[in-house]
Design a protein around this ligand. Structure first.
Ligand SMILES: [Cu+2]
Length: 318
């Protein structure tokens, strides 16, 4: 994995290429409801998303604005799938959230990815976040859905899976309210485009499953990929591993990491500036690596990870 590869596609297409995640062998496809969820006591209205090889389905197509508990079921052949809620502005359609219609018309997905400029609108619209199947705990999230017309996408604008339509009714000017999950730790996404981004923690990670509140206080969308490595590592080692190009003929440093040994510990789907979501992260004591690979249009589409959003945090013993 090197920067040219991760810089080609827009927004969370990058997620699928992020090395620690893409190669982590942790998730098993599950179709059953999540067991004792940390969100169960809240009494929130629920939505269920099902990903198949053909597309994305949602169990309700018309809902009232509010805070929702979302569960993701994976019935596709891929072990790791994603789902997120993107508000579709008036000059866009559901088809803009995937490559499904292009694929149906026989247009291949460009190998280098389509032009980033085609996806700049995703930096301007409301994106609520969403679940994934990278871990069992990541299958449920709590998101805010203000009124509007949405598409449920798989976090990749070049995906062959058609997004699902969701209409959220209500007064678009009204702030979403509802019971708030009690979070052990808050991840605050900070910074500005062209300058740099970072994650700041309020509270600390503790071993075991915990609710994590994710608040985007910056000016571009972010996702949160949480992974762990079985031994102590440094940010420099992670960067060196990401930047190493096997085709260069260079000898890999003995300090380089083995992607196969990294495991996913959590995920928060892409969320726009101002958006808040709650996810469940399940971590072992030690370190967690937290990163985001969304490209920065104000820095020649450099992934946020290379602008500061690749950080290690400690996990306390519970
Ligand atoms: Cu980011």
């Amino acid at each position: 994995m090197h920067s040219r590869l991760v810089a080609v596609a827009a927004t969370a297409a990058i997620a699928l290429m992020a090395p620690t995640g893409a190669l982590a062998q942790d998730a098993t496809p599950m179709a059953s409801p999540v067991g004792e969820s940390l969100f169960a006591e809240l009494g929130l209205p629920e939505l269920t998303i099902t990903v198949t090889d053909e597309g994305i389905e949602i169990d309700r197509s018309d809902i009232e604005a509010g805070r929702y508990l979302v569960t993701l079921n994976n019935e596709s052949a891929e072990p790791e799938v994603f789902a997120g809620f993107v508000q579709i502005p008036e000059d866009r359609t559901l088809e803009d959230l995937s490559y499904a219609d292009e694929v149906a018309a026989g247009t291949p997905i460009p190998e280098e990815g389509p032009a980033e400029e085609d996806f700049l609108w995703l930096y301007e619209t409301y994106i609520a976040g969403g679940p994934s199947t990278v871990t069992e705990a990541a299958r449920q999230v709590v998101v805010n859905l203000p009124a509007g017309s949405y598409g449920v996408w798989d976090e990749d604008p070049t995906s062959p899976r058609l997004a699902a339509a969701l209409t959220v009714t209500g007064d678009p000017g009204v702030r979403v309210e509802g019971p708030e999950p009690e979070a052990a730790v808050t991840i605050i996404e900070e910074g500005e485009g062209g300058v740099g981004f970072s994650f700041r923690l309020d509270g600390e990670f503790v071993a075991g499953p915990q609710v994590v509140k994710v608040l985007n206080a910056s000016d571009q969308p972010h996702f949160v990929e949480v992974s762990q490595y079985p031994e102590e590592i440094t940010v420099e080692q992670v960067m060196a591993t990401f930047m190493f190009d096997p085709s260069s003929g260079a000898t890999p440093s003995p300090d380089m990491l083995d992607y196969e040994r990294a495991i996913f510990a959590g995920w928060a789907g892409t969320q726009s500036p101002g958006a808040t979501q709650w996810v469940i992260v399940d971590v072992a004591p030690g370190q967690v690596l937290v990163d985001c690979f969304i490209p920065d249009p104000l820095a020649e589409f450099t992934p946020h990870a290379f602008e500061g959003m690749l950080q290690l945090f400690e996990v306390a013993e519970s």
